[in-house]
Design a protein around this ligand. Structure first.
Ligand code: GLN
Length: 258
């Protein structure tokens, strides 16, 4: 009896040791930037939550691994994947040719457009109306790329428009409230949330005077050439899309349920 008991105890201990060890191989590491509601943000208990985090959980589960979320700055989240510090990055990342040079992308799982945030009494209607403005954008994002290129060689060329990079779009919006910048450009859902939470601001779709708009697609980024992770991610994305789960997650987070 005693022998059986110690044998059970020994195997329990072995199991505990096995489960408890934190070899990076039993973790699926996802890098993100938790300043992008509803995709990733800080929820109750100071935990990173959001649509992307729920998707990341499903990916880690499919991989049979425990999920580890690294919350870093947006550019660092992308870099973590190319340097092998993370298995994937989920941060509402827009797929574009520039990023495709250093990263591989899954099938897209969401679409977005750029929004302009201004003070409530502003009469800005188009991107051309931002001529001569100081515009806040989150560093390393497509909002920055679009504004940089429009002010250097596009519709805002030679208008003395300045693009100010910030750590987050929310910080840029705080500076808009105090007139340190004249407008902020950010992805639609985040812009709408910033306006909802901050009195005196409004937002509008970024349209050009000729009526054209921006359209972006979000996808999961993996290390270039990492076919195994990409296949796994695409399998999960397809399942979540086909079952309507991505739409459910969007509603869940927009309704304030972490
Ligand atoms: N979709 C934008 C981009 O990829 C912004 C993402 C973000 O701020 N997390 O650049």
């Amino acid at each position: 009896m005693k022998k059986i008991f110690s044998a059970i105890l020994a195997s329990c201990l072995a199991l505990t040791t096995f489960v408890g060890c934190s070899n990076s191989n039993d973790k699926f590491v996802v890098s993100t930037n938790a300043a992008f509601y509803p995709y990733e943000y800080i929820g109750e208990d100071n935990k990173v939550v959001g649509i992307d985090i729920d998707i990341a959980k499903a990916i880690a589960e499919e991989a049979g691994k425990e999920l580890k979320v690294d919350d870093v700055e947006f550019e660092a989240a992308l870099a973590a994947v190319s340097t092998g510090h993370a298995d994937a990055a989920l941060a509402g990342i827009t797929v574009n040719d520039e990023r495709k040079k250093t990263l591989d992308f899954s099938e897209p799982y969401a679409t977005s457009i750029q929004y302009i945030i201004v003070k409530e009494d502003s009469d800005v209607k188009t991107i051309e109306d931002l001529a001569g403005f100081k515009i806040g954008v989150q560093n390393g994002t497509t909002s920055q790329t679009i504004l940089d290129s429009e002010s250097k060689e596009g519709v805002l060329k030679d208008t003395n428009t300045k693009v100010e990079p910030y750590k987050t779009s929310l910080l840029a919006a705080m500076d808009l409230k105090t007139d340190t910048v004249d407008a902020v450009v950010a992805d639609s859902l985040l812009a709408e949330n910033i306006v909802k939470e901050n009195e005196g601001l409004k937002c509008l779709e970024l349209v050009y005077a000729d009526g054209s708009t921006t359209k972006e697609e979000y996808a999961v980024a993996v290390k270039k050439g990492d076919k195994e992770t990409l296949e796994l991610v695409n399998k999960v994305i397809k399942e979540l899309k086909d079952s309507g789960k991505i739409d459910e997650l969007l509603l869940k987070h927009l309704n304030g349920e972490d």
